[in-house]
Design a binder for this molecule. Sequence first.
Ligand code: SF4
Length: 347
Amino acid sequence: MSEPARDDEADAMELTVDGLETYLHCPRRYEFAHDHGLAGSDDDTTIDDRVALLRTAICDGLRRGDPDREALEDAIKTRLEALWDGHDEPFHSLAQRRHERRVLEATATAYVDRVGIDHAAGIEQLASEATEGAVIGPGLSLSSTVSVPETDETTVSIDASVDYVYADGSAIVGVQFVPTLRSLGLLRYRPEWEGAVAEQFTDHFDPDADVFEPAFVGALFETAVVIDGLRNHCRRLGLEDRTCRYVRIPLADRSQTAVNWARKTVETSVEVADLTDVYIDHHTFGMTHEHRNRTVDDRLATVAGRLATGAFDPTDRWESISSHACPDCSYTVCCQEYIAQEVQFDG
Ligand code: SF4
């Protein structure tokens, strides 16, 4: 869970989008996790490991370069089978292990049917147009550099990743596999930035608004970083003139899964969340002709700048943090603010 430490000796500093989201939940939590490198307990490791298997199988299947439906599904499932054979996860029974494998296979089939064939064709198109550079990961690194406001030269480099990149007409799309889309909140259900999304984003930073949505804000920050990182990646690919988009695809969302226990079959579907339209604002787009959002980008630079100066005191948002972040935090036993509050209640 470590990330490159802050470099107090130099102007440049490296962050990750995951680190930024941790910081949005609680600056002290970021300090424990990333500055001190203290590992917290992570209940989602098992799900993350299964998603990692499927992510690798899909990327390796796409890498074979055959957009034919049966060939693609076969390639993904063959790779998944090999990865699953080496997957060391304790299950209650053999039946449960078989069931979890069926769920992964059903998700692979749903991915191929929903978008896999089109994306494979888009990867083929992109590979034929690009002069150099990788288009399939998993974990294709992207980076965006932001200038910290009110400083002369301080810049912060923020890293993100996507699992593959494909061409969709004149656009270049970055795809990231995630466990679920739950953390997106409003971003999942609104078609554009203007209106409710813009309002919630602004309210999160308004101390009088009683709104605390770190995952939602973190997803918009990540979208800004990924889209800017894709622009940089396009330059490396020799495709500077393209617009860039960012898509998340969940691989462990059980809400769409139907199990027939008698027949031992699993069916599921895959949702696709394109975060581009809820990120770009039409005013900035009109000014720059690029997929950008001035409000999000400026706030991203401000938050990254605060992090760069080591601003880890959570007390200026204590009401929100103590109510929403502390209850599921792994660092309560070593957190002075949390302990001080508990002692106060006990007294
Ligand atoms: S216990 Fe609360 S204040 Fe302390 S690090 Fe965790 S979220 Fe932050």
